[in-house]
Design a protein around this ligand. Structure first.
Ligand code: SAM
Ligand code: SF4
Length: 352
């Protein structure tokens, strides 16, 4: 390992277990990992078409297939009863879903839920930041991959940098301040030269920032191997302008953090390719149609929608969730250099 290298995660799945609940009733998967975090997608729709996420001509699902907000709330409640403490609302673009702030407020009130967070492209924050704050959201991740207006347009295809910057300011003005984190997907030849500038932007405004290695989810028209930019390369770039020290801060997500000396800020890296983090996975994802995916990078899924739409009791839902613990894979098998994506779902379809 070089001086610059990100320390490897301890990967020590224990024994396989047949049971899917810990003695205290909380969820445990067959590798002994505790599952305390769900990412709940409220829509597959989006007002952007980011190059790394979806094709320009994206086909969205018929609305009748999408869970109602009440169905989403029921999913969150049953997970909370099984010991889930953190819920991240995502999509697609979650803030294009009408009345999403109602759902956030209801989930924030659920017994056992300690944190409701949201991941957004920021385009609707000028309108919604205050409402989300009032709904009990305390942490917002905002995607921002470039500070160059033309590049932003090229990368998102339909987005406007000035609106997103306005959204970031609206979130800070609404009182989120330290609760805003910037997310950047790194792409060689697209934004890799801008990473130090993006970090400076975040740090100057008192925000943390995470850099994400691009994942091969769905075929989006470019070879992921051509655009792959590793966290180690980014770390070398960033160390030219910042003094960074490894931090053991744990946000409850997959990022590993470095503290920026002389500031309160942290720089995180989400490294599915260069430093596998599956050993410490604590989460599952529910799609906007009620598909429960135990792993972003695999195709295994249990469909919760029939139980949500029928007359089924919560017991049936609980049973399906427990079944999913028993099939949660050990980890993803992403290969950015493979021909075609092994996982054909776009990131927006699963919920990022
Ligand atoms: N629309 C919101 C946004 O962009 O923040 C939330 C949904 S988006 C799918 C969630 C996160 O996934 C964003 O940070 C986005 O940049 C990231 N993302 C999307 N496609 C990705 C990919 N193929 N590899 C890595 N990250 C990806
Ligand atoms: Fe939309 Fe987010 Fe995907 Fe971009 S990354 S297309 S904003 S869902």
């Amino acid at each position: 390992m070089t001086d610059n290298a990100i320390p490897p995660a301890t990967f020590a799945p224990t024994t396989t277990r047949a049971d899917s609940q810990h003695a205290d009733g909380t969820l445990i998967d067959r590798w002994g990992r505790h599952i305390s975090y769900i990412r709940l997608s409220v829509t597959d729709r989006c007002d952007f078409r980011c190059q790394y996420c979806m094709p320009m001509k994206m086909k969205f699902l018929p609305k009748r297939e999408i869970l109602s907000l009440e169905e989403c709330l029921r999913v969150a409640r049953v997970f909370a009863e099984l010991g889930v403490t953190k819920v991240r609302i995502t999509g697609g673009e979650p803030l294009v879903r009408t009345n999403v702030e109602w759902l956030c407020a209801q989930i924030a009130k659920l017994q056992g839920v300690r944190e409701v967070a949201i991941t957004t492209n920021g385009s609707q924050l000028p309108r919604l930041a205050c409402k989300l704050r009032s709904a009990g959201i305390r942490r917002i991740n905002i995607s921002l991959d470039t500070l160059d207006a033309n590049n932003f347009r090229r990368l998102t295809r339909t987005g406007s940098l000035s609106v997103v910057l306005e959204g970031i300011e609206a979130a800070r003005a609404a009182g989120f301040v330290g609760g805003v984190k910037i997310n950047v997907v790194m792409m060689r030849g697209v934004n890799h030269l801008e990473l130090p500038q993006l970090a400076t932007f975040a740090i100057e405004r008192g925000m943390d920032i995470s850099f994400i290695e691009e994942m091969p989810l769905g075929d989006i028209g470019h070879s992921r191997g051509d655009t792959y930019y590793s966290a180690d390369e980014a770390l070398t770039d960033l160390r030219r302008i910042f003094t960074l020290s490894a931090s053991d801060f744990d946000s409850g997500g997959p990022a590993r953090y470095w503290k920026v000396d002389g500031t309160e800020q942290k720089i995180g890296f989400i490294t599915p390719h260069s430093h596998n983090f599956c050993a410490s996975c604590n989460r599952v994802r529910v799609t906007a149609t009620g598909g429960l995916y135990p792993c972003l990078g695999q195709n295994d899924m249990v469909d919760l929608r029939p139980a949500l739409r029928g007359e089924s009791s919560d017991d049936v839902l609980r049973h399906k969730i427990l079944q999913t613990m028993a099939i949660k894979p050990k980890g993803h098998e992403f290969d950015v250099y493979a021909d075609g994506a092994k996982v054909v779902r776009f990131m927006s379809a699963t919920g990022g």
